[in-house]
Design a protein around this ligand. Structure first.
Ligand SMILES: Cc1cc2nc3c(=O)[nH]c(=O)nc-3n(C[C@H](O)[C@H](O)[C@H](O)COP(=O)(O)O)c2cc1C
Length: 326
């Protein structure tokens, strides 16, 4: 069996790339500098825009376009229904979190998600080469607008069924995300996430056989061996997240970057909410059987905000904008 370079070449030609490699969209960890470096090397830049207001999205695109002519993707999570609030449970989580960091304000969970429709309009105005989704499918009217604007839709799928659904809904490319992936997993139904874990080696060929659109592989790819394996298994390109976070252009807080360098694959854990992060003391305790389950997204993000800020100041390893337990 040999590497079908034609498939990767066709993908590169279609999206204006020199290399079949994509920077993974990572909310809170995609500064313009990282995309500029990636794009100037001939790969696809990326911005995880989940936590960004329309003005911040526009500023990101302006900065990147001022310093590179390459293509990039913007990414949004498809919104969950408003979270069911449970004050008694949130109090339990607050008390639990206070064992690891500062006091958690009584209103810390009152987090209002950003306006998804306004974020979508911001993306349409920028007209990036690619808009990608995770956690579900985009609403049909947004998909129509993407198509009319000539913007490709890359849909993240963590199972064969999700990949088929994405293709049926009009996705131009399926991003097959193996369970090795850092950050949150893109399963459409969070309740099924722990039951439907599929490793990238098994997922790529199964998705490639199930859909006609090109497949991008992501999850645990960290060097040329991983890229070659993904292409051999039928992917048209590889998307890399964690491995690029230690580049100077990622401007990661040294505490987080140093922790990544020390982390072996088996030292990361699955949280109760389909995510994968460094197994800090907090993550290990929070995923123990006797820990309170995390509050729904984005309430948990609000509850853990103070702890994450303090962890950074004191040299902990938790990301400033990201928590495995969200
Ligand atoms: C810190 C971090 C944040 C992430 N945020 C997002 C996000 O906002 N949207 C998304 O589609 N994927 C997100 N991901 C997942 C990546 O896009 C990608 O699937 C994953 O990084 C691939 O696995 P790897 O980290 O082993 O390369 C995130 C990953 C990390 C590590």
């Amino acid at each position: 069996m040999s590497l079908d370079q034609g498939r990767a070449q066709a993908f590169c030609k279609r999206f204006g790339l020199k290399l079949p490699i994509l920077l993974a969209p990572m909310a809170g960890a995609c500064p313009p500098s990282l995309s500029i470096a990636v794009m100037n090397a001939g790969s696809l830049g990326a911005c995880g825009a989940l936590l960004m207001r329309p003005s911040e999205i526009a500023a990101w695109a302006d900065e990147v376009r001022a310093k590179s002519n390459g293509p990039f993707q913007f990414n949004l999570w498809t919104p969950d229904p408003p979270p069911q609030r449970d004050r008694a449970h949130e109090d339990e989580v607050r008390a639990f979190l206070e064992r690891f960091g500062p006091a958690v304000a009584a209103n810390a969970g009152d987090v209002t998600p950003l306006d998804f429709a306004a974020q979508c309009e911001a993306l349409l105005a920028i007209e990036p080469a690619v808009v990608s989704s995770i956690m579900g499918l985009y609403p049909p009217d947004f998909v129509d607008k993407l198509k009319k604007s000539g913007i490709a839709w890359f849909a993240t799928a963590s199972t064969v069924a999700e990949a088929r659904a994405a293709e049926d809904a009009g996705a131009d490319v399926v991003v097959a995300q193996g369970m090795e992936a850092g950050g949150h997993r893109g399963c459409f139904d969070a309740a099924q996430a722990e039951r439907q874990l599929v490793g990238l080696f098994a997922l790529i060929p199964a998705v490639v056989d199930a859909v006609k659109v090109p497949v991008v592989a992501t999850g645990g790819i960290a060097d040329a061996r991983g890229v070659a394996a993904a292409l051999l298994l039928g992917a048209s390109a590889a998307q890399i997240g964690t491995a690029l976070l230690r580049c100077p252009e990622a401007k990661l807080h040294p505490a987080w970057a140093d922790a990544l360098a020390r982390t072996a694959p088996e030292e990361r854990v699955f949280s109760g909410r389909a995510g994968r992060s460094i197994a800090t003391k907090y993550v290990r305790t929070a995923t123990a059987a006797d820990a309170p389950p995390p509050a729904p997204y984005p309430v948990q993000r609000g509850l853990t905000a103070a702890m994450r800020s303090e962890a950074l100041c004191s040299g902990g390893a938790t990301s400033p904008n990201y928590t495995s337990a969200a």
